[in-house]
Ligand binder design. Sequence first.
Ligand SMILES: *Cc1c(COP(=O)(O)O)cnc(C)c1O
Length: 426
Amino acid sequence: MTPTRKPEAFIGGHALRPESLMGTYGYDPALSEGALKVPIFQTSTFVFKSAEEGKAFFELAYGLREAGPAEHMGLIYSRLNNPDLEVLEDRLSLWDDAEAAAVFESGMAAISTSLFALLSPGDVVLYSEPVYGGTDYFLKNVLARFQIQAVGFAAGCPVSEMEARLAAAGGAGRLRMIFLETPANPTNALVDIAACAELAKRTSRPERRTLVAVDNTFLGPLFQHPLQHGADLVLYSATKYIGGHSDVIAGVCLGSKALLAEVRAMRTFLGTMASPWTGWLLLRSLETLKLRMTCEMKNARYVADYLNDHAKVEKVHYLGLLTEADPAHAIYRRQCLAPGGMVSFQLTGGEAEAFRFLNGLRLFKLAVSLGGTESLAEHPASMTHSDIAIADRARMGITENMVRLSIGVEHPEDLIADLKQALDAV
Ligand SMILES: *Cc1c(COP(=O)(O)O)cnc(C)c1O
């Protein structure tokens, strides 16, 4: 897949990096009174220059004919598209080197719309565990009502075990999608994307390819690029790092033009597209994406090292602390560019000790969600992962003494001072 970048992404033969293009790419100020920034196009509908133009736009929108060489679809109605979303989709495509993107009003809207677009009754989805709670519920309970079967496997298990799980569930021959969340929330367990792409290739039939979809919320779009490792779709909760300020809910799906055409068509009919205001907020966020994520990653390194040396901490789950003896280390080296900003750890003790620690924090705020500029702490077993059966939770390593931290952009010594006094109080 070779994405076609617009001419402004190059200076001569030199291809500009995404961070150099986040303020300007895909936007022509001359079309908006010279405004430097993309205005908020708060409009439901767009005026056609002529009836003929309206007819031509609809022919392209509904796929009634192919676009001519210099022709591109105009604006019709904000459920189909809107300039804030078009510019945002162009800019998001740069980070993952994707041909196409679609933005949604939430991460769950991106996931549910994409899966509804590409799955049919009788299909099987193989998925890594643990996955985000909303995704878990959608896979197990919503898809089941449409005769789509979801079969889980433990993140980090060998491919042979995935195949055994599929066969045991009677799903061999019906596999349509492998859905991954890597690193997994909250344990930071890794799934080998390339190995899953290989399994997908082996189970594809000429008339029906097995697709690999990766929820890249934790490391992307800066520190992991699943399409380069053979994935077909990349999904995001843009509420997290892409939005980055804990003030907007949004989602993204990226992939080939052909797959995204199906996803966008489903988005049009479900009406799950992002609003212009959401699009504008994300455009603003993208300008500082690299700055924020780099700072959060550096801060997380300090925090993980501090916790790792603390007498009251049993184990730290942080990608930067993987040792070569760990089988995840090789996957990390192959598919991740940096360890990111999420740190989980187990305190000595149980829920009582974890709660005492959480209640003692002053700078870290006690809240779910992640990827914002402020540092957050939460207790997965009783909060984000509380609806997972206790036995399953234990199997996934989500224990009563585990705390999950999302590291923000504060001064690292201030974060450590806060952790120190909260641990002292335990
Ligand atoms: C938050 C999250 C989601 C859901 O996204 P929303 O924007 O809350 O709908 C999906 N996957 C992961 C990994 C998440 O962290």
